[in-house]
Design a protein around this ligand. Structure first.
Ligand code: SF4
Length: 278
């Protein structure tokens, strides 16, 4: 059986940058170091960081200053940073520059009088952060929630960076069919686009696809959806221990792809395990 690896898979620029910032802060500071939420949506990587002294927190009230708090690549609403600083914490911002760009557009659109729409998942932290930059006045658009527009409204549309390009094209079509004035920013990041495209291409070539990455990771989940849409049997796993021998019986080729928050060592371990199984 042949194993084919997606051309673009695994850690993206923004995740690598956030990890490097966190490690640098840990190495250079005597204070306790925390991330506000898990730095990346990968349990195994977060566990490794905890061993190195970088711990996720979910409420500022759980810790006391002095401490360093790292804002993860997804970003947060500006009010969250203000609250942490008011409590006396030293805040280090590791928001990905591509996410920062969406936050800036959302703020500008709101200030220019547009009704701001974020094509994204209601509960995703990146989306909550973007909405915060529009003073909490932006709304989401997704499969569960489709806003109703009046033809004379000014609509400003941005996307969560990890959404699917095809989904965003549909959202754009929905907006322009209904209103006369729309300002649209394509804010899907290039790392996301390349991972989705590579998965789509690979999905056409293989019978079975192993998608590696956190079950909480939105971008990894999207890769699994894209792979399934290509008609190939798809299994989304976090670690090699979840692989099952029966998946590979009778197959001639297998594809491996991974989300932007999946560390290289986990991908390599999965490939090694597949080689042992087949
Ligand atoms: S997926 Fe894109 S936006 Fe998100 S952290 Fe990576 S590079 Fe940044």
């Amino acid at each position: 059986m042949e194993i084919k690896i997606a051309e673009n898979a695994g850690f993206c620029f923004g995740v690598m940058r956030a990890l490097n910032i966190a490690k640098k802060v840990r190495n250079e500071s005597d204070d306790d170091v925390y991330t506000f939420g898990p730095l990346i949506h990968n349990m195994q990587a977060v566990k490794k960081m905890e061993e190195e002294g970088i711990h996720p927190i979910y409420n500022f009230s759980d810790i006391n200053p002095p401490a360093k708090i790292i804002i993860r690549s997804h970003g947060v609403p500006p009010q969250t940073v203000e609250e942490a600083e008011k409590r006396g914490f030293d805040v280090i911002d590791a928001t990905c520059p591509f996410v920062r760009r969406v936050q800036k557009f959302a703020m500008e659109l709101k200030n220019e009088g547009y009704r701001v729409i974020v094509f994204g998942d209601d509960e995703h932290p990146e989306v909550k952060g973007i909405i915060g930059y529009a003073d909490g006045k932006a709304e989401t658009m997704n499969l569960k929630h489709t806003p109703i527009f009046n033809a004379n409204e000014k609509i400003g549309l941005v996307s969560q960076t990890t959404q699917s390009v095809k989904g965003f094209i549909k959202a754009v079509g929905y907006v322009v069919e209904r209103v006369q004035e729309a300002k649209i920013y394509n804010t899907i990041c290039s790392a996301t686009y390349l991972r989705q495209k590579s998965t789509e291409d690979l999905g056409k070539q293989v019978e079975i696809m192993i998608v590696v990455g956190g079950k909480m990771s939105a971008n990894t989940g999207r890769l699994a959806e894209i792979s399934r849409s290509q008609g190939c049997e798809t299994h989304h796993i976090e670690v090699s221990g979840e692989l099952k021998r029966e998946w590979f019986i009778g197959k001639e080729n297998v594809g491996v792809t991974a989300g932007a928050s999946t560390p290289t060592w986990i991908i390599e371990d999965v490939i090694k395990s597949i080689k042992k199984i087949i």
